[in-house]
Ligand binder design. Structure first.
Ligand code: TXA
Ligand code: MG
Length: 342
């Protein structure tokens, strides 16, 4: 049985800490249960990161491959040193600027976490979320919380409690509904174990913002390489229908042309306020205005999930300039399209 708890979305950490539903959810976590909760990025599926059986439950509920390590969430920066052997100056600098916030640091762990959290690696991903409810839950439970995104493996990450309900009802103990998440894409994952930070996953904190603080940031080759075999490397966030990411200055014309060719098919177009009127005979879903990258990121996963409900046969997605938050949006669109770009 999954219990769904409804809470107001706009309260302070103190309010949530004193709320009996939050206290109950914290007890569920401490006793080895699974609790889905909002963060500023996406909903997370939490378990006590020191409890191997509880963490195993996360992998089972999501259908997640066991070699994919989980992020450990902590209540504040001061707790980080309890779980890692060393916080290089570079990491300290980044933490001072961006945490709490949508960023995850890869650091060498010191043991004490369940082995399945780190998938046997020497490193662990640490994140202090910037969400009053997530922070309240962490403080009341007083354990590190391992939490991947609360979706079924391969589906778009959940940005509303309804997305979690759709994917995980019956599989987990509690879902805390406190409204839609603010950022909409996951945290930026950055390896800070060496002299130069390596960006492993672009997310809520932009590359430009990182560079402004630490200067040079290396970009993991996995982010820039063209996938050798589409569908092999990118199996995430994928809607059910075949999806293509359409690029170039003639993006709109290309989408118009291809949708005319697809006679008898239900074609879905992921579009923007600026372009939505330009297509005919297709099912358009608007993600926001091109002038507001934050709005596009906020709606992205909900839009991808809508295409499943609209039962389209084929999806054509508009693309965005590879900069700022759009760099993260493009990374997710590329994965959703399993690397198929035209
Ligand atoms: O915004 C977020 O980060 C959300 C919320 C719930 O906090 N969580 C999230 O978790 O997106 P997940 O499990 O969906 O993504 C975690 C990413 C994966 O790509 C994983 O491979 C990577 O972080 N990761 C975790 N530990 C790692 C490590 N030790 N080394 C390299 N990558 C790691
Ligand atoms: Mg995920």
């Amino acid at each position: 049985m999954t219990r769904v708890i409804q809470l107001p979305s706009d309260q302070t950490k103190t309010y949530y800490q004193q709320n009996e539903e939050v206290i109950h959810a914290a007890e569920v976590l401490v006793s080895g249960g699974l609790v889905a909760f909002p963060t500023e990025t996406v909903y997370g599926l939490g378990a006590d990161a020191t409890n191997e059986d509880a963490v195993a439950g996360i992998f089972t509920a999501k259908g997640r491959p066991s070699d994919n390590p989980l992020i450990v969430h902590l209540a504040n920066v001061a707790q980080v040193e309890k779980w890692v052997t060393n916080i290089p100056p570079l990491a300290q600098k980044l933490m001072a600027h961006f945490s709490p916030g949508p960023i995850t640091y890869i650091l060498p762990h010191r043991g004490g976490l369940a082995d399945n959290v780190t998938a046997g690696l020497d490193t662990v991903g640490i994140r202090i979320p910037d969400h009053p409810l997530a922070l309240a839950l962490l403080e009341v439970a007083n354990v590190p919380i391992a939490a991947p995104s609360a979706n079924l493996s391969g589906r778009p990450s959940p940005t509303t409690a309804q997305h979690v309900v759709d994917d995980l009802t019956g599989e987990i103990n509690v879902i805390i509904d406190a409204g839609s998440t603010h950022v909409g894409v996951e945290s930026t994952v950055i390896d800070v174990t060496g002299d130069i930070p390596i960006l492993l996953r672009p997310g809520g904190v932009t590359l430009e913002a990182l560079q402004a603080v630490v200067g040079e940031v290396q970009i993991d080759s996995g982010l820039t390489e063209k996938p050798r075999s589409p569908g092999m490397k990118y199996r995430h966030y994928a809607p059910k229908a075949e999806m293509w990411l359409v690029t170039g200055d003639d993006m709109v014309e290309k989408i118009q042309y291809i949708s005319r060719e697809k006679i008898g098919k239900r074609v879905g177009v992921l579009t923007t306020v600026e372009n939505q009127e330009k297509y005919e005979g297709v099912i358009t879903v608007v993600c926001g205005s091109r002038k507001e990258p934050t709005t596009i990121a906020h709606h992205l996963y909900d839009v991808l999930r809508q295409f499943d409900q609209l039962d389209v046969d084929f999806i054509l997605a508009e693309s965005f300039p590879q900069e700022g938050l759009y760099f993260s949006v493009m990374n997710r669109l590329m994965k959703a399209a399993e690397g198929k770009v035209m």
